[in-house]
Design a protein around this ligand. Structure first.
Ligand code: NAD
Length: 464
């Protein structure tokens, strides 16, 4: 059977229970490129049963055995890197270089970090007269979004497998083809049948069935705050573990002592990466009132390099395109000044939005409060440092941020007062081992590194 026709359950591709399918559309040219099965509660049930059956044996493997399988998985992903990059470009529209380096490259790196970590991770610790055992939580229901189709999957599956958990994955309906390649890599890596299972389908059907299933011990969800709230409530009702990676509205705070051009240009590159479809995108730029006009001018010049269809990919689907255009219209209606960009289609086809900069944005405006998930950047003026802090912390989100200052100590002092799960200091680089997750409504729990592994473990203390 061709992979496209089935679900990966219990170590094999099996026919879906129903006949409904989901069309996969290339957002760069609006053409249907494939169909995948729309899973039902029945498919989810079969996958959860397979994961339950596989759990005792997988949980009993030694860390060295799990390290060997994760190494094989990393190698299988590396061998398919070109195919993965092409597939991400086809279903997400990501520019080729971004697809290769980030979408296909980062998952290899992250899987490698867990292959290494699990071999030496302290699954036992001494506390006085007790020995504390860190044991796998059980069956994980993983629900992922489309913005980083493979990274979001790997950030859950790799630590879950490292911990000794088994997994059922329900990937986003817009990007199921990359998830299918991941299932093929799992198969090639020789993971025992049932340790990883894939059910494609719609969120309110297959996703909901997975989140509600009695046989799932932990739900790990990345996506919108609206859906995350429902999943958190369901998990709370069933008293099961939950990890939520939700939305963001991150601030790029440029203090007066900073290198202004560098801070603005680096921030723009961050905010436009993946066409702004990033939960941690630095879409609110906070500049001191005396440097404000200069900063906006630098930004207007910098975005000219991000040509839609070349360096800037499309929005993932027509609905997202309308959503982003709606926010741009709302920004104008609420009195923000459109400096560059706007709602006009930059190309004849594809769901593209031109890089858009708003100035004279005030903190209470919708475009300064709500997550846009597109290439739209707001410049806000602050009076002094306290004002900057109030604005930076003045949303319901708390996922990420950045601070720029003349010296690191000054930037760190500000960063300590920010309500955000990760803050880049003077353009600090991404660290695949650093915990990633949100304060406030940006989520519960952390992904990546040792903190990401700990999410999939619970503790048992033995007293002597
Ligand atoms: P979404 O919440 O609509 O969908 C995410 C996943 O949840 C998809 O697989 C979807 O099918 C599923 N889903 C939808 N409804 C469901 C339901 N009722 N029950 C169970 N599952 C359901 O989000 P999206 O539009 O795919 O992604 C964009 C959002 O994700 C943005 O808000 C963004 O900030 C957030 N996001 C957060 C992070 C992070 O790490 N914090 C990373 C990427 C994206």
């Amino acid at each position: 059977m061709k992979a496209h026709d089935g679900m990966y359950i219990g170590g094999a591709w099996r026919p879906a229970a129903g006949t409904d399918t989901i069309a996969v559309v290339n957002p760069a040219d609006e053409q249907v490129i494939a169909h995948v099965p729309a899973g039902t509660a029945e498919d989810v049930d079969a996958a959860v049963r397979a994961a339950r059956a596989a759990f005792p044996a997988w949980a009993a493997t030694t860390p060295a055995e799990r390290a060997a399988r994760l190494t094989a998985l990393r190698d299988a992903l590396a061998a398919r890197q070109d195919e993965i990059a092409r597939t991400v470009t086809a279903e997400l529209g990501a520019p080729a270089q971004l697809a290769e380096q980030v979408h296909a490259g980062l998952p290899v790196l992250i899987t490698g970090t867990y292959a290494e970590m699990v071999a030496t991770y302290p699954f036992e610790e001494k506390v006085g007269n007790s020995t504390v055992l860190l044991e796998p939580v059980g069956v994980v229901g993983a629900i992922t979004p489309w913005n980083y189709p493979l990274h979001q999957v790997v950030a859950k599956v790799a630590p879950a497998l490292a911990a000794g958990c088994t997994v059922v994955l329900k990937p986003a309906e817009d990007t199921p083809l990359t998830a299918r390649l991941f299932a093929e890599a799992v198969h090639e890596a020789g993971l025992p049948a049932g340790v990883f299972n894939l059910v494609t389908g719609l969120g309110p059907v297959a996703g909901q069935a997975l989140a509600e299933h009695d046989g799932v011990d932990l739900v790990s969800f990345t996506g919108s705050t609206a859906v995350g709230r429902r999943i958190g409530a369901l998990a709370g009702g069933a008293v099961k573990r939950v990890a939520l990676e939700l939305g963001g509205k991150s601030a790029n705070v440029i203090l007066p002592s900073a290198d202004l051009p560098k801070a603005v240009r680096t921030g723009i590159a961050n905010a436009l990466s993946n066409a702004g479809q990033r939960c941690s995108a630095l879409t609110r730029v906070l500049v001191h009132k005396d440097q404000y006009d200069e900063a906006v001018a630098i930004a207007a010049e910098a975005v000219a390099a991000y040509t839609p269809g070349d360096r800037l990919g499309p929005m993932v689907n027509a609905k997202q395109l309308q959503r982003v255009r709606g926010y741009i219209d709302q920004g104008v209606r609420e009195g923000a000044r459109l400096v560059v960009g706007g709602t006009e289609a930059p190309l004849d086809r594809g769901y593209y939005v031109s890089p858009t900069i708003f100035a004279d944005v005030t903190p209470e405006m919708t475009i300064a409060q709500e997550e846009i998930f597109g290439p739209v950047i707001s410049f806000l003026r602050y009076e002094d440092e306290e004002d900057a802090l109030r604005i930076a912390n003045g949303t319901v989100y708390g996922l990420a941020g950045a601070v720029w200052a003349g010296d690191e100590t000054e930037a760190v002092a500000f960063a300590r007062r920010m309500e955000a799960g990760q803050v880049d200091i003077n353009g600090g680089r991404f660290n695949p081992l650093a915990p990633f997750g949100g304060y406030k409504q940006s989520g519960v729990g952390r992904e990546l590194g040792a903190h990401g592994l700990a999410e999939y473990l619970h503790t048992k203390s033995l007293q002597f």
